[in-house]
Design a binder for this molecule. Structure first.
Ligand SMILES: NC(=O)c1ccc[n+]([C@@H]2O[C@H](COP(=O)([O-])OP(=O)(O)OC[C@H]3O[C@@H](n4cnc5c(N)ncnc54)[C@H](O)[C@@H]3O)[C@@H](O)[C@H]2O)c1
Length: 350
């Protein structure tokens, strides 16, 4: 019996890699992290140590020369596309942090290359692997919603602006809260809706607080001169099946809650909210509501996401988060920005 383990290389060894991806891979006995590439050698070394002694690289092209089964990309958003294209070209399966890319053109380029090379490509949308994500999805798949005619998506923070350049510099991030946290709630909501095709989007994106000094930030100071993404965005989406969706995302704003992450679906038969699991319906014309029983606690949703990626690669299963779904998420976010810039409704052909 072969004792060869599933060999993983990580590109970008910073916050999310060290917090959840490295522990997630180490939690899989069948896998080993053999190399870490980070433009910061100190970060790569720290991550390699956390990975149990992986090789260190400052150029991911060198990492890709190793005998690897898969590459896990945890760099700032704008590096996702060149890193993913290079990894796929080198014949490696790819798990990539969200957003897979910051434009539909890039998502398509990465996805089509993965398809051509018959390699697995998964966007790391870990909210699908949380206890509420799974419970609400099971309820929806049980036919309890009926036809969905409207949804609300909120990713609204009061004063949690991530100060790292990878989030606030448009050249690295490609977008602000829309791309950072809006992407989580929107992916979750579209997944629950069964991914209808978005066809028209209007939106606005603004920087209300992040250029000034009148809002404190729970994560401390940030470089206002370098700040070049929105801190608030909102959009209205029409789908090909007639359904609509309202989207709101912000890192800063005057509201009571520190953070509200919400997907709320309205169907003809019932309605449901994620992550609360609250539902409403009217069986036999009697108003009824309740809260879904959630599994006790799903530890480390990122670990489950990594295990699901590993499973699909080794067992030849389809990607748990395929690019053909991700392109709808990015298409909506891209159109919110385009609509804000152009001042009109954007027609999508995804
Ligand atoms: N799923 C989640 O909950 C979640 C949470 C946080 C971040 N993220 C995503 O993870 C990604 C990374 O975020 P983070 O918080 O870890 O950021 P980070 O800044 O802590 O880490 C990013 C790392 O990438 C490195 N890097 C930059 N350019 C590189 C290149 N060309 N080659 C190799 N390494 C390079 C940086 O030096 C840094 O160490 C982002 O896309 C972000 O959206 C996801």
């Amino acid at each position: 019996m072969s004792t060869r383990k599933f060999r993983v290389g990580i590109i970008g060894g910073g916050g999310i890699a060290q917090a959840v991806h490295i522990p997630g891979w180490r939690n899989l006995p069948e896998a080993e992290i053999v190399g870490i590439a980070d433009v910061s050698e100190a970060t790569a070394k720290k991550a390699a140590e956390a990975a149990g002694g992986a090789q260190v690289f400052t150029d991911y092209r060198e990492l890709l020369k190793l005998d690897l089964d898969a590459v896990d990309i945890c760099t700032p958003n704008k590096i996702h596309t060149p890193a993913a294209l290079a990894a796929l070209t080198a014949g490696k399966h790819v798990l990539c942090e969200k957003p897979l890319a910051v434009s539909t053109a890039e998502v398509r380029q990465i996805g089509q290359l993965a398809d051509k090379k018959k390699l697995n490509l998964m966007t790391a949308q870990h909210q699908r692997f949380t206890a509420p994500g799974r419970a609400v999805k099971a309820w929806v798949d049980g036919g309890n919603l009926g036809e969905v005619y409207h949804a609300r998506v909120r990713a609204m923070r009061r004063a949690w602006l991530p100060p790292a350049p990878g989030f606030i510099d448009a050249k690295l991030a490609g977008g602000g809260p829309c791309m950072d946290i809006g992407v989580h709630a929107l992916d979750l909501c579209l997944w629950l809706m069964g991914f209808p095709k978005p066809v028209r989007v209007s939106g606005t994106s603004k920087t209300n607080f992040a250029k000034g000094h009148d809002m404190p930030n729970r994560w401390g100071e940030w470089d206002r001169a370098r700040y070049s993404v929105e801190d608030f965005a909102a959009g209205f989406v029409h789908f090909d099946n007639g359904a609509t969706l309202v989207l709101e995302a912000a890192w800063m704003g005057h509201q009571k809650d520190d953070e509200e992450l919400l997907a709320q679906l309205f169907g003809r038969k019932g309605g449901v909210s994620w992550p609360s699991g609250e539902f409403a319906a009217a069986p036999n014309a009697v108003l009824a509501q309740g809260t879904l029983a959630l599994p006790e606690h799903v530890p480390h949703p990122h670990w489950h996401e990594i295990a699901a990626f590993h499973d699909c690669v080794v067992n030849g299963k389809p990607s748990p988060v395929p690019w053909t779904e991700t392109i709808n998420v990015i298409g909506i976010l891209e159109a919110v920005y385009a609509s804000s810039q152009q001042g009109g409704e954007i027609t999508l052909k995804l």
